[in-house]
Design a protein around this ligand. Structure first.
Ligand SMILES: [Zn+2]
Length: 291
């Protein structure tokens, strides 16, 4: 089972979220038929999304991340909720790019260096909060760290990793998010800056250690106390009702065209590929409900 751990240092200067996400990244790979580079890129974004959503207060809260680069991915979208569920998809899941010289999949080339990172917080208010920043490398962790420095002005270290087996299945996936708390001293901040210079390779550590061991050893300088551990998973919350709501919001003429041309409609969920079929009678009922 994939898990996320929340920890804080003894001076309350830094908070740490640490995640192991092997299973949910493999599930995303299988749902979408992701190429090697797409598995690493979308896997990192799904992992990041759960880390960034780890402090959501309500189960209904949503945090959405988008990477829109100039590479063959088109774009990547993920959404996490306040209960440890995440879902996502790539516009071009099967697009391939050449591996890096060391034989590893090239997520940065798949996403592209030029583009925008978008973050949307939906906490059930009237308008969701949206912010964005330019991509730095397309490698995702660097892009999100840059977002926190530039847009939110919070010193943050983030590391994300996805390692594949020879058969391209997911070997290990995980990451961490280490962030300064308000009022942290300059001296304490120096610890974070030193740490960022030699970021540990999380997937290599996860191959041989538990998250608890890694927090004790790789983060020893911070003397972290683990506050809690909870399960995380890939889950889509689509339903026939939600698809019906989406159809209801369409213009009447658009629904009439579906009836005339196809005798009904089949709607496929981008996040889980589930199909929802609507007959002509269903669509006529939807038109009627609009009035
Ligand atoms: Zn779905």
């Amino acid at each position: 089972m994939d898990q996320i751990l929340r920890a804080i240092d003894k001076n309350y200067s830094f908070r740490l979220f640490f995640i192991q996400s092997d299973n949910l990244v493999e599930e995303a790979k299988q749902i979408h038929g992701l190429s090697r580079s797409a598995t690493v890129a979308l896997g990192r974004l799904l992992t990041a999304n759960l880390l960034l959503a780890a402090d959501l207060k309500n189960t209904e809260d949503r945090l959405t991340l988008q990477m829109r680069g100039n590479g063959p991915s088109g774009f990547l979208v993920t959404t996490a909720d306040g209960s440890g569920h995440v879902k996502g998809y790539a516009d071009q899941p099967e697009a391939k790019v050449a591996d890096k010289k060391n034989g590893e999949p090239d997520a940065g080339a798949y996403v592209g260096k030029e583009g925008t990172f978008v973050l949307i917080r939906d906490y059930g208010m009237k308008e969701p909060y949206t912010a964005h920043s330019p991509l730095v490398t397309g490698e995702i962790a660097e892009d999100i760290a840059a977002y926190y420095y530039q847009t939110e002005k919070i010193p943050t270290a983030i590391s994300l990793g996805v390692q594949l087996n020879e058969d391209d299945s997911v070997k290990t996936a995980g990451g961490f998010f280490l962030q300064a708390m308000p009022g942290v001293s300059e001296e304490e901040l120096g610890k974070l800056e030193d740490f960022i210079k030699t970021l540990p390779d999380i997937t290599a550590l996860l191959e041989v250690h538990t998250p608890e061991e890694i927090i004790r050893t790789a983060f020893a300088a911070f003397e972290m106390d683990i506050l809690d551990t909870s399960d995380v998973s890939y889950r889509c919350d689509c339903s026939r009702e939600k698809v019906e709501d989406a159809l209801t919001s369409l213009h009447k003429d658009e629904i009439e065209t579906m009836i005339k041309e196809d005798g009904g409609a089949e709607v496929v969920c981008h996040f889980c590929n589930k199909k929802y079929a609507f007959s002509e009678t269903d669509l006529r009922q939807i038109i009627e409900n609009r009035n």
